[in-house]
Design a protein around this ligand. Structure first.
Ligand SMILES: Nc1nc2c(ncn2[C@@H]2O[C@H](COP(=O)(O)OP(=O)(O)OP(=O)(O)O)[C@@H](O)[C@H]2O)c(=O)[nH]1
Ligand SMILES: [Mg+2]
Length: 276
């Protein structure tokens, strides 16, 4: 992180617009603290990526929240879809109207934590595969600069930027979304956290997916009931909790339970005050 901080600090004076890629399902926990600190005065577009997986109402709340600050625009999109990313260059031009002309390229830097979709976004903007994509954090290791041929230059994140993990709930949300490595937290533990969250925020989506007539009373009972219905059993007719947890998390991450946002602006306010 130290190296990343130095490289970003070195590059920033030659950057006109920072494109910060966040996960639309958890825009606060998927942010990197170094950026907030280094990037106080640069125009910035907060790309709320994986919009296809996030709750659209909550995403709109996040747009309002971010855009309260001068020089910041928020753009929900689906990096995989070229149509969805098409308005990003225009937004960059709006934020740096004097650049993006012959001899004065508009210099942008795409930054964000691992696995948030930076390479996918760069490929969609470039209209071809220039960066490696994969559902594995920290796949891209060497930075590169891409000319979009419309007087816009894109630089990939220089170095690795990990999310902030000192807030326990934020770290759990990151793990539930798949943003941090599979092995960082035990699946069973994570699934309990996720089931508890879903029971409070999106109970209908859980009931619909797993055909529950009534919602089980506790997170552990939700996991058990999913295991029973999906035949995740071990000898003696007991539920295979580990396998059920894996199945539930996979389905949740891939959007099979519908569009879900793991944090709302108002939750962050409450959590910050609790921390204090
Ligand atoms: N559902 C959904 N998945 C996406 C979207 N954008 C990217 N992904 C997936 O997210 C995963 C990570 O994408 P990458 O583009 O490799 O992410 P990255 O930020 O470059 O990751 P590193 O190189 O590891 O830092 C891949 O499996 C992508 O297919 C999106 O808009 N929606
Ligand atoms: Mg990458």
């Amino acid at each position: 992180m130290k190296r990343a901080r130095r490289r970003i600090a070195d590059m920033l004076p030659r950057i006109d617009v920072v494109i910060e890629v966040l996960d639309a399902r958890l825009p606060m926990s998927s942010a990197n603290p170094i950026l907030r600190e280094l990037n106080r005065h640069k125009p910035c577009i907060k790309v709320l990526n994986k919009d296809d997986l996030a709750d659209p109402e909550v995403t709109q709340e996040w747009v309002g929240y971010f855009e309260k600050e001068d020089g910041i625009r928020a753009l929900p999109l689906e990096a995989k879809e070229s149509l969805s990313v098409a308005c990003l260059p225009k937004l960059c031009r709006n934020l740096a109207p004097r650049r993006g002309k012959p001899g004065r390229p508009l210099r942008t830097m795409v930054v964000g934590i691992p696995n948030v979709g930076k390479s996918t976004l760069i490929n969609s903007l470039a209209g071809k595969r220039v960066a490696r994509v994969g559902n594995r954090p920290a796949l891209t290791t060497c930075p590169q600069q891409i000319d979009l041929h419309n007087h816009i230059l894109l630089s990939d994140t220089p170095g690795l930027l990990w999310p902030r993990l000192d807030n326990r709930n934020g770290a759990y949300r990151l793990a539930v979304s798949g943003a941090i490595g599979d092995k960082a937290v035990d699946d069973a533990d994570l699934a309990l956290f996720a089931a508890g969250f879903m029971a409070v925020r999106y109970p209908e989506q859980v009931m619909r997916r797993y055909k529950f007539e009534t919602m089980p009373g506790t997170a552990a009972e939700i996991i058990e009931e999913i295991g029973r219905r999906r035949g995740c059993l071990i000898s003696g007719g007991h539920i295979d909790v580990q396998r059920t947890a894996g199945l539930f998390l996979r389905e949740l991450r891939s959007g099979k339970l519908g569009r879900v946002s793991f944090e709302r602006p108002e939750d962050m306010f409450v959590e910050e005050n609790l921390e204090i």
